[in-house]
Design a binder for this molecule. Structure first.
Ligand SMILES: [Zn+2]
Length: 437
């Protein structure tokens, strides 16, 4: 038995078939022999007139192919054909004689000595067959010893975040604005996650350019070395969204800002945001964001790796909830005699001579970035959309990344993958940041 062919039909080809007044015509395919993939390349729309397929999105792979093959397309309203397709595709090695197919689709070419591909667009399919899983298109490989059904992969009208159904509040998310401070390894993973679920607006804040040593852990690739991370990341996501998420794309606004030097420029950006996600490393930028977010009465999520990359930490600051800010939390750790693993944050990963090498592997930072994006969305949905089901267990999470001796207090995770949530204490009376809210 021949292997089932893998056949793709770009949307433009579907349009050409639908617009034709005929019920049957020829098709030209590009065949990429290396991966056994057929793509419809031209459609016969009227007698002997072939129109080239022009994909309206830049799926480069759809234009690949070293060989040309011919086949046919047909429109059918035969419920028998649909029922036969469903039945045969559910049977191992299901096939039918050519004559049986020819009766249901008159005009089908006799394969003779070579095999042919037929793509059928099904009209007026009875609802019970649709419910049983009958797709819009069926494929038929016509060979001398029988006709074998195969699935047709037709490009849908819509895909991307708009596919997400159920309780996912796409329309509300499209109205939200998030500020992301720090677009390094963790921040770029978070930006990717946030844009994929249809957040309306994402402000990217980072003063740094991408360098070679960033490549191992960053979403950006070698083509972006030397560019500002915020610009390159905004361009990368916008390009991806244009092709794969056209209906719910995120507006990306890059800001080449150092939050410590230009706090006054960050202030209005944070004020206009629903949530701030701070993935910047270094104590100073985190403290500036902590202060500005409280000042703007905006919730903020802080994500980083600590203790030489052996644990990830998510801290959430929410004004008006009776919980302390980042500084209050640090003071609380200190007062309890627990190690403050933030203290080794001041230097970049593995850059200082007295600094232990940063051992977090790329997936550790991706994990923390994705976790932070999840916490950001949960915060946004809980506070703005009144979806209490999204409530996080608490405001401080420590994620085990590497097996190391457990630290004290809330940092005491002992295994990779372990997540420990703990409560954040009330604000200190002396906190200049918390007294703002
Ligand atoms: Zn505070």
């Amino acid at each position: 038995m021949t292997n089932s062919p893998f056949v793709m039909v770009p949307r433009d080809a579907l349009r050409l078939m639908n617009a034709s007044s005929r019920r049957l015509g020829n098709l030209r395919f590009k065949l990429s022999e290396a991966d056994g993939r057929f793509v419809v390349d031209a459609v016969e729309t009227s007698e002997n007139t072939f129109v080239d397929v022009r994909p309206d999105r830049a799926f480069a792979s759809l234009t690949w192919g070293d060989l040309t093959r011919w086949g046919q397309w047909a429109r059918s309203d035969s419920p028998d054909l649909a029922a036969t397709y469903l039945l045969l595709t559910r049977r191992p090695n299901g096939a039918l004689p050519f004559d049986a197919l020819h009766q249901m689709v008159p005009g089908t070419d006799d394969p003779g000595a070579i095999s042919g591909l037929l793509i059928v667009s099904h009209e007026d399919v009875p609802p019970e067959l649709r419910a049983a899983g009958m797709p819009e298109f069926s494929g038929w490989l016509i060979e001398r010893d029988g006709v074998v059904p195969f699935p047709v992969h037709a490009e849908p009208d819509e895909f991307g975040a708009s596919q997400l159904t159920g309780d996912w509040p796409l329309r509300q998310l499209a109205q939200e604005s998030i500020t992301l401070v720090g677009t390094g390894s963790i921040g770029s993973a978070a930006a990717d996650a946030l844009s994929r679920i249809g957040v309306g607006e994402l402000h990217l804040v980072d003063p740094d350019r991408l360098l070679w040593h960033n490549l191992i852990r960053h979403r950006l690739g070698p083509e972006s070395v030397g560019r500002y991370k915020v610009d390159a990341l905004a361009a990368l996501i916008a390009e991806r969204d244009a092709e794969t998420n056209p209906a719910t794309r995120t507006t990306l606004i890059p800001h080449r800002l150092d939050v410590v030097e230009h706090a006054e420029l960050l202030r209005p950006i944070i004020q206009a945001s629903t949530v701030v996600l701070c993935c910047a490393d270094g104590i100073a930028p985190r403290r500036v964001v902590n202060h500005l977010a409280r000042l703007a009465r905006t919730s903020a999520i802080f994500a980083c790796v600590l203790n030489d990359g052996s644990i990830g930490e998510i801290f959430r600051s929410r004004p008006g909830r009776g919980r302390g800010c980042l500084l209050c939390h640090r003071a609380y750790l200190e007062a309890n005699g627990w190690i403050d693993p933030e203290a080794d944050q001041e230097l970049g990963y593995g850059t200082g001579s007295s600094h232990k090498p940063m051992t977090a592997i790329p997936s550790d930072l991706q994990l923390v970035g994705q976790f932070a994006a999840q916490a950001t969305i949960a915060t946004l949905l809980e506070s703005r959309q009144g979806m209490p089901g999204s409530r996080l267990p608490s405001d401080h999470a420590v994620i085990g990344l590497r097996p190391v001796a457990a630290l004290a207090g809330p940092f005491g995770v002992s295994a990779p993958g372990e997540v420990r949530w703990s409560e954040v204490p009330p604000p200190r009376a002396v906190c200049a940041t918390c007294s703002l809210t």
